[in-house]
Ligand binder design. Structure first.
Ligand code: BG6
Length: 482
């Protein structure tokens, strides 16, 4: 199979000296380059307020790539890659503030024969997106350009709508790429293949067989010096409104008419429209929030902060397929372990014919499909089997698929690599459409507007467990504190 390689183009990174650029974007671009997935000729132009020369920028980013790239840094490859990088200092205001960038881009475009193909990556807070779009429009850089925006897209439903409105004044929807890097993960994309590429799972993928679904993104790390960002964001805006609801939509959507970007996004939107709205006065019965002890001592965090670093919640989906099946979503920082897992718990067999079960079999849940979507990822099924011996005693058994056992994983792309490549190719399948992002905010709105108080939890634990227990009862929660 020949891999598609994008046409020559320029990538402009706004927020080029920031954390995201250093940790994710430059390492991703470098790795794409190493795998020969970047165009024959291309340019990466960093743009930020900080004054620095292009040489300083390259030096700064070499250190980042050495630290964060999954393949490390090969000096010879870096040397070749770095020839494509340069840097321009500047702001986004007032009018005309990006004129020097426009002039520079014209020269760059001529040098690489890019024919005006440009991708603008906004690695900046969402409040700056409209300003950037306006400036690009003034310079005519919206013509043939694509704009990529980081999450969270807005702050709430009203701001997301306003943002969409402002962007649509300058860009068409098919030029706008709202990024959610979870969708770039191989293991998350595989959810659709698992469901729709096989015939053995889909028939049981519904309310007749599934008892409940859990989706967890637990991180053992804390906020890692991002105090100011996190304080204003919290776990609902950082992970649940985007990453976890996106994963839920892939687990629950109907089969799309085709695998085109819009058919897939139509089905995702459809199932998200069926998510039951939480009653504003009843959020506390559907949600638990927590904050790890020590969070308030982090730099940039208020001493009386009420920002949640943990949240767990129950959603219901009012559709034929999912009526009555609870979906438990949970995410937290500073937890006992880093786990990214979807667990489908299946109904009990109609009859318990076998009396003797081993002690270690969890009550009320013998069959599960567990999709571990943390890199490198696996899928397993849990079931009961007869223990060898004279007596009929049942024990827990499992079958597991691990990517590295079945495939050569050397070619797998990290989330940002995949998404940057897709944006350069003009493929919007893994990006969120305007209606999708607005619906995600709508679903999250009650959790932001009238949430229950935050409960403290010990760092390195599974969060405020007694409250979680009340939320999920009578279901058995897959991950325990042991
Ligand atoms: C980001 C969040 O979107 O995702 C971070 O802002 C979080 O807080 C990160 O740590 C997790 O992503 P990954 O790919 O490392 O699991």
């Amino acid at each position: 199979m020949t891999l598609k390689v994008p046409e020559n183009q320029t990538i402009v990174i706004f927020g080029a000296t920031g954390d995201l650029t250093g940790r994710k974007l430059l390492p991703a671009l470098y790795n794409l380059f190493v795998q020969s997935l970047l165009p024959q000729d291309f340019a990466v132009v960093g743009y930020s307020r900080t004054e620095m020369t292009s040489d300083e920028f390259r030096e700064h980013q070499a250190a980042n790539v050495a630290k964060y790239s999954r393949t490390g840094l090969d000096p010879e490859a870096w040397e070749r890659f770095a020839r494509h990088l340069d840097y321009l200092a500047g702001g986004f205001e007032p009018e005309g503030a990006m004129h020097h960038l426009a002039q520079h881009l014209e020269e760059v475009d001529a040098a690489i024969h890019g024919r005006g193909r440009r991708m603008f990556y906004c690695a900046v807070p969402p409040s700056l997106f409209p300003k950037i779009a306006t400036r690009l429009g003034e310079e005519g850089l919206n013509q043939g350009g694509r704009i990529v925006m980081e999450k969270p897209f807005g702050f709430d439903l009203a701001s997301a709508k306003e943002l969409n409105r402002q962007l649509h004044e300058v860009f068409d929807e098919n030029q706008i790429y709202r990024i959610d890097h979870y969708l770039g993960k191989e293991t998350v994309q595989n959810i659709l293949v698992f469901r729709f590429g096989n015939s053995i799972f889909e028939p049981i993928w519904n309310r007749n067989h599934v008892d409940c679904v859990e989706i967890t993104a637990a991180e053992s790390i804390g906020i890692e010096g991002r105090g100011a960002f996190y304080e204003a964001t919290g776990v609902v805006r950082d992970i649940i409104q985007n990453h976890l609801l996106q994963v839920m939509s892939l687990v629950t959507m109907e089969v799309p008419a085709s695998f085109s970007a819009d058919d897939i996004r139509d089905e995702k939107s459809q199932v998200l429209r069926s998510v039951r709205s939480l009653d504003l006065n009843d959020v506390a019965n559907h949600c638990v929030r927590g904050q790890y002890r020590g969070y308030r001592d982090e730099e940039g965090v208020a001493p009386d902060s009420q920002t949640p670093t943990y949240a767990a919640m129950r959603f219901m989906i009012d559709s034929w397929r999912w009526q009555g099946v609870p979906f438990f979503l949970r995410s937290g920082k500073s937890m006992a372990a880093g786990r990214q897992v979807v667990t489908l718990g299946f109904r009990e067999p109609p009859l318990r014919m076998f009396r003797a079960h081993k002690q270690d079999i969890p009550a009320g849940r013998v069959n599960e499909i567990v999709i571990d979507f943390a890199d490198p990822g696996s899928i397993s099924t849990q079931f009961l089997a007869k223990e060898p011996g004279a007596e009929m005693i049942l024990g827990a058994a499992s079958m597991q698929f691990r990517y590295q056992d079945s495939f050569c994983t050397a070619n797998s792309l990290e989330g940002y690599e995949r998404l940057i490549l897709d944006a350069m190719l003009g493929d919007q399948t893994l990006f969120t459409r305007a209606d999708g992002v607005e619906r995600l905010w709508e679903i999250s709105a009650p959790l932001l507007e009238n949430p229950p108080p935050v409960e403290p939890y010990a760092p390195g634990s599974w969060g405020p467990e007694p409250s979680l227990g009340r939320l999920v009862a009578p279901f058995h929660w897959h991950l325990s504190s042991t």
